[in-house]
Ligand binder design. Structure first.
Ligand code: SF4
Length: 300
């Protein structure tokens, strides 16, 4: 038997996936947000040798055999003429970044436009040009402008803030184009509101991610130390899942998330402020400029 891990969007295709795999499988019910979430201990508990993980590329080297299944989505051919126009308007190169679902397209863009396109491999994400919500290093190229191929705004906003470059988000299916400048401003406004609330808080929960790819012990220890130095009440929490139902029962003023950096984008769902370790540094005067929180220390 094999353990099958599906992200939320694919769970409704459970019948098709069962037919496709055609073998004895058991589906994981717990949430799967990235390949930082490989439930190896559940596979061990069940005595299973293999995990089949959908939609994400490898992140760290697992102990078990894991088959990563990432479908490449089909796209409109108009994408190439839009990119060509962007390239023409630039004197230098244009950087291309993407998510796991459009890695083949990014490679095709590089093949067509050759030296006019920059495609870089990041630190954690393994695909060329691939960015993750916790790793924007593939966006740190020489080009002045970046084109993000994909949907959703978190990745292009993160690339904009972490590089300072102009970012055009291009949906390869619908060809919708968004210059993410305004969205980045909106994101920063939300983040500084949480930082402001953190400054006025007295009791803090510092949450260490319990998934192997989110286990950020150094940031956790740094955050606890900083808050102790500031004379705050500090409570250490370790958790696999961070949701309002689980966290807000602790009844503290503010939570520092030493886990997936993307969780703070969920702020509207939480009553209390959530901040990243980098934002904690800003709140207490240890850092001047805003930076996206990225997983930089490989501690697992
Ligand atoms: S830590 Fe967060 S952003 Fe990074 S791979 Fe996991 S779910 Fe995605």
């Amino acid at each position: 038997m094999k353990l099958v891990e599906l992200p939320m969007g694919l769970r409704r295709y459970v019948k098709d996936i069962s037919r496709e795999l055609g073998e004895e499988i058991i589906f994981l019910g717990d949430p799967v947000y990235g390949s930082c979430h490989l439930y190896e201990e559940i596979a061990d508990f069940l005595g299973l040798e293999e995990i089949i993980h959908y939609s994400h590329t490898p992140f760290y080297t697992p102990n078990k055999r894991v088959v990563f299944k990432v479908n490449q989505l089909s796209y409109s051919e108009d994408v190439f003429s839009i990119i060509e126009e962007e390239i023409r308007s630039e004197s230098g190169k244009v950087g291309v970044i993407t998510n796991a679902q459009f890695l083949k397209l990014a490679y095709e863009v590089k093949k067509r436009f050759k030296d006019r396109v920059e495609l870089k491999r990041g630190r954690l994400a393994r695909g060329l040009g691939q960015v993750l919500g916790c790793d924007f290093s593939a966006a740190r190229v020489e080009s002045r402008k970046l084109i993000f191929l994909g949907d959703g705004l978190f990745h292009p906003i993160g690339a904009r803030i972490s590089t300072g470059k102009e970012v055009l988000s291009l949906n390869p299916v619908t060809c919708e184009q968004i210059n993410v400048e305004k969205e980045a401003e909106r994101f920063l406004k939300m983040r500084f509101h949480s930082i402001f609330r953190a400054k006025r808080s007295n009791s803090f929960g510092v949450i260490l991610g319990a998934m192997r790819g989110q286990f950020r012990m150094r940031d956790f220890q740094m955050s606890v130390r900083l808050l102790q130095e500031e004379g705050k009440e500090v409570f250490r929490i370790v958790s696999k899942v961070i949701s309002p139902e689980i966290i807000e029962e602790f009844g503290l003023d503010c939570y520092v998330i030493c886990a997936c950096p993307r969780i703070v984008d969920e702020q509207p769902r939480f009553k209390k402020p959530l901040i990243t370790p980098r934002e904690l540094e800003i709140a207490f005067g240890r850092r001047d400029e805003y930076v996206m929180d990225e997983i930089s220390e490989v501690e697992w």
